[in-house]
Design a protein around this ligand. Sequence first.
Ligand code: HEC
Length: 143
Amino acid sequence: MKRFLPLLTLSVLFLGACGLEKPPASLEFPKSKEEAAAPEAPAAPAAEPAKDAAPVDPKLAAGKTAYDASCAGCHDAGMMGAPKPGDKAAWSERIPQGIDVMVKKSIDGFTGKAGMMPAKGGNASLSNEEVTSAVTYMVEISK
Ligand code: HEC
């Protein structure tokens, strides 16, 4: 019996080694699956929303650009009776007619009680969208 003990121990060890080999193998499968799935996870850009939180409305920024280039010449100085942006009294009577009417007058040209404004402020190269955004900008800062 004593003779067989080492052999028995050996075989137990061998079996034990076999038994130990299996669990890591079966544990590795889900692990490698996880690794394969990991690169697919979309990395959320955390910095983007903070940028958007900046106070400048892009629509108004485009309007300001068009205004500065084509409208400020008369409107900043109130030339020929042009209502100045930010002059709430000058705009309070004009705003109620609605932005669409003011845009149409700005695109077509307009002669009122105060004076005359040429079509698109005299800059025919402006698109209707640019005129619209310029009027929106003027009105927004004059409310
Ligand atoms: C040549 C000078 C001149 C330029 C350039 C000019 N305007 Fe005017 N604008 C006037 C005058 C004058 C009035 C006032 C007319 C009145 O009420 O008698 C006026 C009035 C307006 C009004 C008010 C209209 C209303 O119904 O009360 C808007 C809006 C306006 N302009 C937008 C613009 C925009 C946008 C531009 C640039 C694309 C522009 N203007 C460029 C002279 C100008």
